[in-house]
Structure formats: C-alpha cells, structure tokens
Design a protein around this ligand. Structure first.
Ligand SMILES: [Zn+2]
Length: 314
C-alpha cells in the first residue's frame, strides 16, 4: 500500500483537559479540526487515533516524581501547578494520550503509513521540563516521540525545529547534553519563559547541538525565515538527521494575543517548505509535526491548514 501523503493524529478526548477560562482551551481543537476536515482532500489524509503512553515511557524523559505529582493532583480533583498551568481531573489521562499521539505518529511514519504526520493534541508539550510542568504543558510530547523513535526504530540522529513564539525550554533541557538530538529554536525575546539565548548551545557531549535564534517583538518575518533557512542549511548536511520533528506553534501569528511577531499563513507555509526540503534531503522526507501554541482561533486554524497543505507536497 502506498503511504498516505499526510497522517493527522487526533482524538476528541483532547477536549477533556479542562483548563477553564484560559487561552489554551478545548475550542482550539474544534477550530483546527473543523477546518482541516472541511478543507483537506479526504482521500489524501489518514486520520489516526492516538494511543496511551505508560509511566514507563514517560520516565524516559521525566522524573518519576513529576509524573506521580500530576497523577495525584488530577486524582484529587485537580488544581494548578503554576499560575498558567492547570490540571483538571481528566488531565493526567489526557496528557498521557497527548504524549501517546506522538508515539502513534512515529509508528505511522516507520510502518510506512505516511511520510508526514501532524499531531493535533493538547495539552501541548515543549515547555515541560524533566522535573517541572509549566507553560500550559504537562508532559513533553515531542521529546518523548524523539526518544521513542530512537528506542523503537533505531533512529540515531533527530533534528527538532521549534518555531513556536516561546522558547522550547523543556525540549532544550531534555536534550541539552545529548549529541543525538539537535535542537533549533526560534522565538521572541524577551518573552516567556525567558530562556533561549544564543549562548545556550548545549553542554558536555551535547555542546554545539542546541541552537537558539531569538528575535525581538515586531521583527520582520523575512528576517526570521532567513535565519531559520541559514541555520538549517548549515546544520542538516553536517548533522545528517534521519527524522525531522517540528514544534509547530502558531502564536507568532500577527493576530495572536500572546506574542508580538507578525507572521502570517504564508510564512508558516514557507517554514514548512524549508523543513520539508531538508527532510527530503536527509530524512527520506520524514516529518513529524506537533501542535504547540496558537491562541487566536481563526489564525490558528488557518495556519494549521497552510502547514498541512505544505506538508502534503512532495
Ligand atoms: Zn507558545
């Protein structure tokens, strides 16, 4: 069977993570999925359900005490782990499902069901640190998927490109001393969480395998795109990744309420095209993309559609 051009991993259960009045809410899922279902050619998309992930897998990247504390908080009725980050009674289970969505996506790629995968899940993941949940994120979905691809499919080198407007501090922390996962993040600075300086380049064996590209508010989108392109052109031929993962946040959109960048749908198309071209060069075209932020529902859905349409291309 020929692989589908695109696999989208999604479950309605992601709406059960109840954050109350919060920018990261269940309406995000409906906005994205309704538009994708209406606009993408049905014969070209493989819709896939996530699978659950167990504590054992989460412990590859998280301290057991963090996993247990989220579980305990959910079981006792929920609460907040910080002013931004909410745990509802269903949140532990749904966070495990959100992390498991990435694993289902990795399986789809290596079982040759699809070459490109978009994970539409919540809670998002890139701020989740090994021992701390923060920034709307409980578990680090993209970091777990990278580890899983290595353990399950013997993939040695993985490139993570994070273009959410916030620095992917959790993902950086997981792989900071690891030369097998190259982490590139472009983000607004200054902005939450305050990390992601150019001098943060990795540590020990991982020195040189983290690259941060911070830009101030209102930066011309073309400058951001150029920096990402230059960095990919330099890193990919040298590092030779076998799998490309994207932390696709769409909160750099000009309409987004949480950031001050000026990206539009066409810029997300351009970023996706860059990633796809690099994956074709080095990774047999394999791209696995994770929804992170994006809080203006119309801009978010339109940007996700542009992203998927660019993932479709050869
Ligand atoms: Zn963000």
């Amino acid at each position: 069977m020929l692989p589908s051009p695109l696999c989208v991993v999604y479950s309605d259960r992601f709406k059960e993570h109840d954050t109350g009045r919060h920018p990261e809410n269940a309406h995000r899922m409906d906005a994205i999925i309704n538009l994708l279902q209406k606009s993408l050619p049905p014969e070209s998309v493989l819709w896939k359900e996530p699978r659950h992930t167990a504590g054992e897998e989460l412990a590859w990247i998280h301290e057991k005490s963090l996993i247990q504390s989220i579980k305990d908080l959910a079981e006792t009725g929920g609460g907040s782990v910080d002013p931004d980050t909410v745990v509802s009674p269903a949140s532990f289970e749904i966070a495990c499902l959100s992390a498991g969505a990435g694993l289902a996506g990795v399986d789809a790629i290596f079982n040759r069901e699809a070459r490109r995968v978009f994970i539409v899940s919540r809670p998002p993941g890139h701020h989740a640190m090994p021992s701390v949940a923060m920034g709307f994120c409980l578990f680090n979905n993209i970091a777990l998927a990278a580890r899983y691809a290595q353990k399950q499919y013997g993939i040695e080198r993985i490139l993570i490109l994070d273009w959410d407007i916030h620095h992917g501090n959790g993902t950086q922390a997981v792989f900071y001393e690891d030369p097998t996962v190259f982490f590139i993040s472009t983000h607004q600075h200054p902005l939450y969480p305050g990390t992601g300086f150019p001098h943060e380049t990795g540590k020990g064996q991982g020195k040189g395998f983290t690259r941060n590209l911070p830009f101030p508010p209102y930066t011309d989108p073309e400058i951001i795109l150029e920096a990402v392109q230059e960095t990919l052109d330099e890193v990919v031929p040298r590092f030779k990744p076998e799998l490309l993962l994207i932390s696709a946040g769409f909160d750099g959109h000009r309409e987004d309420p949480l950031g001050n960048w000026r990206l539009e749908e066409k810029h997300y198309t351009a970023l996706t095209d860059m990633a796809r071209a690099q994956a074709n060069r080095s990774c047999e075209g394999r791209v696995l993309s994770f929804l992170e932020g994006g809080y203006n529902l119309t801009a978010l859905a339109d940007s996700c559609l542009a992203h998927c349409q660019a993932l479709f291309k050869k």
